[in-house]
Design a protein around this ligand. Structure first.
Ligand SMILES: NC(=O)c1ccc[n+]([C@@H]2O[C@H](COP(=O)([O-])OP(=O)(O)OC[C@H]3O[C@@H](n4cnc5c(N)ncnc54)[C@H](OP(=O)(O)O)[C@@H]3O)[C@@H](O)[C@H]2O)c1
Length: 262
């Protein structure tokens, strides 16, 4: 059995965000590594997980999570391949790179299975979305093992690889879009008299609660809108202003433009 369940190679923004919840909840099962070692050491100091170099992470872990920039993913896999192929236990390569396909990785990963994942920034607080697709050599057991380890970071959803760009544009870029909406709501709150801190807090809690309500009840967004907008009331005035301002069209365009870049 491998010494660790998760071995992170690359703990920059997304690598460290994804490592946070596993490190908090089961640090003894995690080893982290990064090109500039200090970044990985910070996680190890904070949470008590192990720290090493990329070869340690590859040699001693069951799932090797590659969090380097896309341009370095294949080179990293090639460098760690001797550690993976010489191991007695089963290893799985997991990549979070936006633009490196399973086929590109499988062309260099020999008989080591590969899984692609796409996390978003809320994984750092256990509220992320991680969608995934498994390569041809990854078994159901490989996938289920990864799900059980990463579910603490967010909901895990299988997604066809050809839809990764669309999924990333909605759920990966989405936190930035949602943050702008929260910021704008807070500005509006300030304009109408709320203290800034309260305005931000109200906007954040409202977005959180609205999403939770939708998830828990399964209600369609249009139904949720209709339940708030009473006839002749204030909400419908606001909805008209949003429509006149092109809110819906701008949101659709934001996602489509982001998708074009994937
Ligand atoms: N940011 C997002 O919202 C997001 C969302 C989903 C997926 N992703 C994917 O996540 C990956 C990382 O993105 P990021 O935003 O986290 O970038 P980032 O902050 O630049 O992190 C990349 C990290 O990889 C390290 N690194 C580079 N080469 C390495 C190597 N050979 N061995 C070990 N570590 C190495 C870098 O270390 P140094 O700084 O020391 O060079 C850096 O800490 C990308 O593939 C991206 O497509 C990002």
């Amino acid at each position: 059995m491998a010494k660790y369940d998760l071995g992170f190679i690359g703990t920059g923004s997304m690598g460290s965000a994804l490592a946070t919840m596993p490190c908090k909840l089961f640090p003894e099962k995690v080893i982290v590594s990064n090109h500039t070692r200090e970044k990985a050491e910070k996680l190890a100091e904070k949470y008590g997980c192990a720290v090493g170099c990329c070869f340690d992470a590859a040699k001693d872990s069951k799932y090797i999570i590659i969090g380097t920039l896309p341009g370095a993913v294949c080179d990293t896999i090639t460098r760690i391949m001797p550690e993976l192929t010489s191991a007695k236990e089963r290893k799985v390569i997991v990549s979070m790179a936006g633009s490196v396909s399973l086929a590109e990785m499988e062309a260099i990963s020999g008989n080591i299975p590969v899984i692609r994942i796409m996390p978003n920034t809320p994984v750092a607080v256990g509220k992320g979305l991680i969608f995934y697709c498994a390569g041809s050599l990854a078994t159901e057991e490989d996938v289920n093992g990864l799900i059980s380890l990463l579910s603490c970071a967010g909901a895990m959803e299988q997604l066809d690889e050809k839809l990764f760009g669309a999924g990333s544009a909605v759920a990966g870029c989405g936190p930035a879009f949602a943050a702008i909406f929260i910021d704008a709501l807070a500005d509006a709150g300030v304009k109408t008299g709320l203290p800034r801190a309260k305005a931000i807090r109200f906007a954040e809690q409202m977005i959180l609660g609205t999403a939770q309500l939708a998830l828990d009840t399964g209600k369609h967004p249009a139904q949720m809108r209709d339940e708030v907008a009473s006839p002749g009331g204030s909400t419908i005035e606001g909805i008209q202003a949003l429509e006149e301002g092109g809110f819906r069209a701008a949101t659709i365009k934001a996602v489509v433009e982001a998708w074009k870049k994937h």
